[in-house]
Design a protein around this ligand. Structure first.
Ligand SMILES: Cc1cc2nc3c(=O)[nH]c(=O)nc-3n(C[C@H](O)[C@H](O)[C@H](O)COP(=O)(O)OP(=O)(O)OC[C@H]3O[C@@H](n4cnc5c(N)ncnc54)[C@H](O)[C@@H]3O)c2cc1C
Length: 444
């Protein structure tokens, strides 16, 4: 079992509480409150070329739960909030790095197109989400980053580079770099024709249905976007959120009372956390993709309103039921700390450092109460229980592990990222302690 001291996510204490800068959930205090807001690319280049700036990081919307976005020392946090241009073409959308999913959705929808998928909330910065391998859900849905086809970056040297997916072998390394290979200021991703979505929510799905692999497949493949929630109190999904795409009104799926004996909710919506006010949550029934494919409305506080912390591990789909049972068996260690867990399928890809590289996986996610010290104690127990499945963590959430374990699980991908960082950033100005730890990168 690992020692909790090794976990690179301890809140940093600042002596002057008026000057602190924190993540969205206020669980992490960054080492600097020096946030700069360049208005053009030349200003970003100047920041990176200034020899006085020894510790630099970009920041998105701060919806991470560890120190991945921290400068470790007093330094400079570059906010891309002024980079908001969006251009929608037939097949793609190109956007500045300050853009959130909520903003992108508006532009894309207005042009009669749709994003293929969205994470559970649209409030987050799109580029920041790509860096941590963020995903949505659905048996045909890969990571969000799989839809990226081009981006523009200011390298640590201050030089500019345009990357095209089809032309650059190392394309994804510069995104899945823990933010260490430069500041991305523009990105292009694929979009598709607009569609509608039929949403249905069922309660109390018994886990025994997953004992039979064929039934498990049927459940996972029953719709386009699928989230299971459980509070671990019983061997049940407390709720199952299903969403099915359709184009023409006549193809809208029919309402079904039950789904594998689980009953449809009797209200218009519920919150994933049992008993919480459902007003931030989307409604069941049919509607445009723009108001149905995430869980939380853009203008409402998502999830538990920031009163939370998150963890997620990706387990091979083939081991889904085994992992579910193993976690249920150790639930007494974490059940008092968890508001709800969400389980989502992520489709296999061939993307370096992806938690779904080479195999379909299920993300096992915990929305914790804000009990940082207790979570840190329980993470090694969860990690040890899941170790036989070699899970990768969600890079933006709380986890323990260490560089050797990540090296074992990521192999050549991690070594290659390390080499690229050494090549582009010998002074390690974009490298923080989080990256050093998980990449086994020495500070020379
Ligand atoms: C309520 C809630 C719900 C969530 N739901 C999901 C979900 O459904 N699926 C999922 O997978 N995850 C989910 N997450 C996690 C979230 O998607 C990720 O943590 C995401 O990375 C947050 O992005 P951010 O910009 O807010 O984070 P930040 O901490 O601001 O940035 C993340 C990283 O990207 C780097 N970065 C940001 N912008 C740039 C740039 N322009 N150039 C270079 N580096 C940059 C930062 O330095 C940092 O290392 C959720 C989080 C919350 C709080």
């Amino acid at each position: 079992m690992q020692n909790s001291d090794t976990i690179e996510n301890q809140p940093i204490q600042s002596e002057d509480q008026t000057q602190i800068h924190q993540n969205w959930a206020k669980t992490i205090t960054y080492s600097t409150s020096n946030v700069v807001t360049p208005t053009n690319v030349e200003e970003i280049q100047a920041i990176l070329r200034n020899p006085e700036n020894k510790h630099i990081k970009a920041q998105g919307t701060g919806h991470t739960f560890n120190n991945i976005a921290d400068t470790t020392h007093d330094g400079v946090l570059i906010s891309l909030q002024n980079f908001k241009d969006v251009q929608v073409d037939d097949e793609t959308v190109t956007f500045g790095s300050g853009v959130t999913y909520s903003e992108l959705i508006q532009y894309v929808d207005k042009a009669g197109r749709a994003l293929p998928n969205v994470p559970s909330l649209p409030h987050i910065n799109v580029v920041g989400s790509m860096i941590t391998a963020t995903h949505g859900s659905g048996f045909k849905q890969p990571l969000m980053v799989a839809h990226v086809v081009a981006f523009d970056i200011v390298l640590p040297s201050g030089d500019l580079k345009h990357f095209k997916k089809d032309e650059e072998e190392d394309f994804f390394y510069y995104i899945h770099s823990f933010g260490s290979l430069g500041i991305i200021y523009r990105m292009t991703m694929k979009i598709e024709p607009s569609f509608q979505v039929f949403k249905a929510i069922y309660q109390d799905l018994d886990w025994s249905f997953f004992d039979d692999r064929e039934t498990q497949d049927k459940i996972f493949q029953s719709c386009d976007y699928l989230s299971f929630f459980t509070d671990w109190k019983e061997r049940k999904m407390t709720s199952v959120w299903k969403a099915t795409k359709f184009i023409k009104d006549e193809d809208c799926p029919k309402y079904e009372d039950t789904f594998f004996n689980a009953e449809h909710i009797k209200t218009e919506h519920i919150h994933p956390v049992r008993g919480r006010d459902p007003s931030p949550c989307v409604f069941v029934g049919a509607g445009s993709w723009r108001e149905k494919i995430y869980h939380f409305f853009p203008d409402a506080p998502p999830s538990s309103g920031g009163d939370e912390s998150h963890t997620e591990f990706f387990i091979p789909y083939n081991n889904f039921k085994e992992a579910l049972d193993a976690l249920y068996d150790i639930r007494e260690h974490f059940i008092h700390l968890v508001q709800v867990s969400e389980l989502r399928f992520v489709c296999a890809d061939d993307i370096p450092l992806s938690p779904a590289k080479g195999q379909n996986v299920v993300g096992f996610h915990w929305t914790w109460f804000r009990k940082h010290d207790e979570i840190i104690q329980v993470l090694p127990i969860i990690e040890e229980t899941l170790a036989k499945f070699n899970p990768l963590p969600h890079y933006g959430k709380l986890f323990g592990l260490n560089g050797d374990i990540l090296q074992e699980r990521l192999g050549d991908d991690l070594a290659k990222l390390r080499d690229l960082i050494r090549k582009h950033d010998p002074e390690q100005k974009l490298v923080n302690n989080f990256t050093r730890k998980y990449l086994n990168l020495r500070q020379d």
